[in-house]
Design a protein around this ligand. Structure first.
Ligand code: NAD
Ligand code: UDP
Ligand code: UDP
Length: 343
């Protein structure tokens, strides 16, 4: 079998990537909602390689078929085009519930839909978990802390969210999603896990999702100005996607049922990010300032003491290494789109 590994980790080949042969006792039926998205598709790859049966449910709002196309037709894989705002009846053992737009421009595009996805959608997935006795892991977010007044953010912090601002549909949607999880845990004995995910980057990020890493990399690659919103003194801490996937799988397996932060503790100002990316990519872009966006959190950095102790997890991929892979992915994507269409 010939294998040709592309920069986004996909395998173009006459066959499929080789998956482990699990016996029926070890093999689980795992649903990944949002599995055609950025994080979801990397998680799907890991679960498939481990030998599980994986069901992806996605409405392709921000996800794309090409993120999972290398598994289509595989005996252990099933793609279900479905909107989780509507009920779903399938039989599963575990649910990784990731379906929700994640980048500000995507979740602000249709705020009511974002709220429905995170509330009704999460309720449906919890209803499914209740009926099938499946364990459900919610992909929550550091945004539940809002514009935090304590630093770094620990899981016991209740947050500082503007309930009527432009980010509220997402922040409050995820907060309700968490509340729903613990309601179903207490009332219906559903087994839940809650990951509070901090900023994550890597190959397969949506080209037009407007997030800082994809924006800066694409701008640098195309020699157009790198756009800092506001003064650039706001901070973020970025984890590489493979570290996150590792944390999600560990959390699902663990007995710990309260929320757990998953993120990288290396914190940079956005200005520093612009300089780092410009430096690695090279090119002639200038770094410019644009107006600040409303309710932009000033500082964000996870306290991951809990993840270290209960999951034995900490991020492994250094920023330079993760950025190199991400840049290679975007360079390739740009080259593909630049190719002339031949008859
Ligand atoms: P993404 O936009 O790439 O993926 C989300 C996926 O969910 C997409 O494939 C989209 O089509 C699908 N989806 C959205 N609404 C749906 C619906 N109603 N029904 C079915 N499918 C739907 O985003 P991502 O970065 O991969 O994020 C995945 C999850 O992780 C999200 O829940 C997000 O809130 C969470 N998260 C991500 C980050 C990050 O930095 N990437 C940080 C914190 C939390
Ligand atoms: N649900 C679902 N799949 C299932 C079971 C339930 O989508 O396999 C939905 C169901 O339609 C309901 C939601 O999940 O809207 C919550 O289910 P629950 O059993 O808690 O509520 P009820 O059906 O009792 O209102
Ligand atoms: N940002 C920026 N320029 C961009 C895109 C984003 O300066 O082109 C800033 C944004 O204002 C925020 C940070 O980068 O302070 C992270 O933004 P992103 O949308 O990636 O994620 P989030 O705000 O959800 O953490």
């Amino acid at each position: 079998e010939t294998k040709d590994r592309t920069t986004n980790g996909n395998v173009r080949s006459h066959g499929y990537p080789e998956v482990r042969n699990l016996n029926y006792k070890e093999r689980k039926r795992i649903l990944v909602t949002g599995g055609a998205g950025f994080v979801g598709s990397h998680l799907v790859d890991r679960l498939m390689l481990e030998g599980h049966e994986v069901y992806v449910v996605d409405n392709y709002f921000t996800g794309r078929k090409k993120n999972i196309e290398h598994w289509i037709g595989h005996g252990n894989f099933e793609m279900i085009q479905h909107d989780i705002v509507n009920p779903l009846f399938i039989e599963v053992d575990e649910i990784y519930h990731l379906a929700s737009p994640a980048s500000p421009i995507h979740y602000m595009y249709n705020p009511i839909k974002t709220i429905k996805t995170n509330t009704l959608g999460t309720m449906n997935m919890l209803g499914l978990a209740k009926r099938t006795r499946a364990k459900l892991l919610l992909a929550s977010t550091s945004e539940v802390y809002g514009d935090p007044e304590i630093h770094p953010q620990v899981e016991t912090y209740w947050g500082h969210v503007n309930p009527i601002g432009p980010r509220a549909c997402y922040d409050e949607g995820k907060r309700v999603a968490e509340t729903l999880c613990y309601g179903y845990e207490q009332q219906e004995e559903v087994q839940v896990r809650v990951a509070r995910i901090f900023n994550t980057y890597g190959p397969r990020m949506h080209m037009e999702d407007g997030r800082v890493v994809s924006n800066f990399v694409l701008q640098a690659l195309q020699n157009v100005p790198i756009t800092i919103y506001g003064d650039g003194e706001q901070t973020r801490s970025f984890q590489y996607v493979s570290d996150l996937v590792d944390g999600l799988i560990r959390l699902m397996k663990s007995d710990y049922t309260q929320p757990v932060n998953l993120g990288n503790q290396e914190e940079h100002t956005i200005k520093e990010f612009a300089e780092i990316i410009h430096e690695i990519v090279g090119g002639t872009s200038e770094i410019i300032n644009k107006p600040a966006v409303i309710d932009d959190p000033r500082r964000r950095r996870p306290d991951i003491t809990l993840a270290k102790s209960v999951l034995g997890w900490s991020p492994k991929v250094p920023l330079a290494e993760g950025l190199a892979k991400t840049i290679a992915y975007f360079r390739n994507e740009l080259e593909k789109t630049a190719q002339p269409i031949r008859p």
